[in-house]
Design a binder for this molecule. Structure first.
Ligand SMILES: *Cc1c(COP(=O)(O)O)cnc(C)c1O
Length: 390
């Protein structure tokens, strides 16, 4: 086995696909210290700049003093603290859903919820560009797994029409994590009504960013239905960690009994929930932050001046620059890094072949000057690198 593993690593290295962890020596922010160097960063999903917010730091310290550092037991034994419970109620109210259930991470929420809501004899219909953990949740559920081309409502309808499954779930990212575009959730919900299916929406990148007061994609698209189950992580715009499922009370009640990643796992520390409560309040009051984020997006679009590379259509904080080849995107990322700017190169298998891209992630914490600096560096990089790569 060990020799096999080494061979697999060598192959990845040869294909330009070996991934490396970099060492962060500062809080997560727009200006960071990485591998002992200062960088302007467009890498984090901390879209509102809350990951190092003084109010949240103070809340965490205070809550730790009151509730300690560990949860000590799973939720169904003695680990369900009032801070966890208060946060669930606050989240449900914030996203305008009957109930919410807290998980430690988005990954665990998707695995646990899909695994509980679908099983043998059921079917999950999933966008091909869905986040990996929606796929893993679907595999884990043992339901029939049908993938349809990105945002292709017609293909989805054909699959639904042909399905004889007992229970049908449509699963999709609301905002696609590597593309930044939105799923046609309104059309999906209409299909749910027509084919007696349910809509499972992963709003990792819409929560806190889109909709009134940052309520998320469902509010942005004005969608409400007992057929909707939503998931959002609290590790992105909320700036901390954790995730929740929101939906009908019966869905949450059932997940408490049946979602294994909920039942057989210790909840995150209660102090984290108290801090998340403060974060949700900041999100709710954060219209000014969202305005700054929108300004960053507009500034980037205005100042990029490119011939071959292009920004993919997105109105969200995720602004991918389509470059194409793995080598070219790596060169671009390294070029920017040499100028003190960090932007991740995203390559297959995270995205389809020949669509390697720079995933520019904008935050309310970026200044206009930060964004202009990035745009100008990319413009220069294209002039210097594009011809060399072709
Ligand atoms: C980040 C992400 C997740 C996972 O959330 P974590 O809390 O980081 O585990 C799930 N779905 C999507 C679409 C994501 O982008």
């Amino acid at each position: 086995m060990l020799a096999d593993l080494q061979k697999a690593l060598d192959q990845r290295q040869a294909d330009g696909l070996l991934r490396q962890r970099r060492l962060l020596d500062s809080p997560q922010a727009e200006h960071i210290e990485m591998n002992s160097q200062q960088f302007l960063s467009f890498c984090s999903n901390d879209y509102l700049g809350l990951a190092n917010h003084p109010t949240l730091i103070a809340t965490m310290q205070e809550a730790t003093g009151k509730a300690g550092v560990g949860s000590g037991a799973s939720n169904l034994i003695t680990g369900h603290h009032r801070y966890h419970d208060d946060l669930e109620k606050q989240l449900a109210q914030f996203v305008n859903m009957p109930a919410a259930l807290l998980f430690s991470t988005g990954y665990m929420a998707n695995i646990g919820a899909l695994g509980a809501l679908a099983g043998r004899g059921d079917a999950i219909f999933a966008d091909k560009l869905n986040h990996a953990c929606l796929n893993d949740g679907s595999y884990y559920s043992l339901a029939d797994f049908h993938r349809f081309p990105h945002n292709d409502t017609e293909a989805l309808e054909k699959l639904l029409k042909a399905s004889k499954a007992r229970r049908k779930l449509i699963a999709a990212d609301a905002v696609f994590s590597m593309d930044g575009d939105l799923a046609p959730l309104k059309a999906y919900l209409a299909l749910c009504e027509q084919y007696d299916a349910y809509l499972y929406v992963d709003d990792a990148h819409g929560f806190g960013v889109l909709g009134e007061h940052g309520q998320g994609s469902l509010n942005h698209l004005q969608l409400k239905s007992p057929r909707i189950i939503m998931m959002a992580t609290l590790s992105k715009a909320a700036g901390i960690a954790g995730a929740f499922i929101a939906g009908e009370q019966v869905v949450v009640d059932y997940l408490i009994q049946a979602a294994k990643s909920y039942i057989y796992s210790t909840p995150a520390p209660p102090a984290l929930s108290a801090t998340l409560s403060a974060s949700v309040t900041l999100i709710e009051q954060g219209d000014a932050l969202r305005k700054r984020l929108q300004h960053s997006i507009a500034t980037l679009k205005k100042h990029l001046d490119l011939n071959t590379w292009q920004l993919m259509p997105s109105e969200t904080s995720v602004q991918p620059l389509l470059v194409g080849s793995n080598q070219a995107v790596l060169q671009l990322s390294e070029y920017l890094q040499a100028k003190g700017i960090l932007v991740p190169a995203i390559r297959p298998p995270t995205v389809p072949k020949n669509t390697a891209r720079l995933r520019i992630s904008l935050s309310a914490a970026h200044s206009e000057a930060d964004v202009i600096k990035l745009a100008q560096a990319i413009n220069e990089a294209e002039r210097e690198l594009a011809c060399r790569v072709m």
